[in-house]
Design a protein around this ligand. Sequence first.
Ligand code: TNX
Length: 475
Amino acid sequence: MPAPIALVPLPRSVVWTADDPFVIGDGGAVLVAADQADFGALAATRLTEATGRPFTVGGRGPSVEFRLVEGGAAESSTVSIAADGVLVEASDPAGLWHGLATLRQVVRQAGPEVPAGRIEDAPRFGWRGLSVDIARHFFGPAELRLVVDLMAEHKLNVLHLHLSDDQGWRIDLPGRPELAARSGATAVDGDPGGFLTADDYRELIDYAALRGIRVVPEVDVPGHVNAALHAVPELTPDGAGVDVYTGIEVGFSKLAADLPATEPFLRDVFGDLAAMTPGEYLHIGGDEVHTMEPAEYARLVAMAAAAVRDAGKQVVGWQEIATTPLEPGTVVQFWDPREDVTPFVTAARAGAKLLMSPGSRAYLDMQYHEGFPLGLHWAGYVSLRDAYDWEPTTLIAGLPEDAVIGVEAAVWTETLRTLDELTTMLLPRLAAVAEVAWTSAEARGWEDFAARVAAQGDDWRARGIAFHPADGAQW
Ligand code: TNX
């Protein structure tokens, strides 16, 4: 018996049966193992919000049990719904979250009588990200928590934070307090800035981790560094520093490989970030250094990468770093489809991994269509269908099999000032990119997605989350 429930991203297997439904009635009980107490509390909160009925950990009433089991694939989950209870089984804590995310979508749509069935799921790619630029305009902890919620609801697992750029420096580092102190307050167009304190950052990491998401912080070097040069004058050749910059041009600012202050700056910044970040990766940027000779660029990328590796982390960088020698395991983030792809193929053959963020598909700051009031269009207009209808492994011909480790959407904030503006650009396209990252190529189809995504719109509307009723779906 098909139930009218539309899940995004599409799971591996969804079977609804004619058995008696799970009836929520006056609420229910969340059951978890003792060492999953934080997750249990979160699950109870989310189920309460989603159903409008009280769910409590270990409480009374029909039960929703979350259980870790041996042997499944990473991040996999099975949600079994029956009259006498719901059982969510997962192979790891992230899988528990994904099972809850599935169940949340089911109960939002089903109401108090949840149809019996079984949903088995596991992701296609292990890296399913969203890059958020909090440098051009600052988005603080409360706003980032909503972004994390939206990511988690779509089973994304990497929050990439673009923490520095020409217009502002957004994280307070203990070894370099002058960066946030002198360059934290500025933003594009003279708008108010801000920065994350070390506590804000740690709390955000914990908030995300409970939802199956790890944070990859980016400090962009050797270009996009005007805010750093403003805060640390020793990084400029004449030692005089630079003025604040609040425009939106790119490519003009740069570090200098020969200055004595440069390498200590890189070591301090990436050392602090490594100490503050539990995840495996730090992002060194590397994009759009339009006024530097290739040899100096390569020296600076190598310096930044060495600082990251010496601090015990793996390196991620924008695609331009593929023109320099890279250590195996380095993650190269593809973004500009206008460029020659030969260096990526060469880098991948030498052991680099590719993360796919093609501007024409995954850049959610691109306008939906001509004349859209927010966003840019250097990579074209990105309709909902454009964000959905692409295949990450065939974008770059000649890559070795398994070189593509995942998919990441990106939202740059030159034109985005408010949370409503940010979510309007994210939704519904984030759901589209999430399905590209999660669901197998064979199982995906635009018409089917367009029919399913509208149900998410009902959820966003009910929660007061701004989104764009994009062409292609019936909102
Ligand atoms: C390109 S993507 C950039 C950013 C801009 C973005 C705007 C990348 C690595 N660099 O600096 O914000 O375009 O879409």
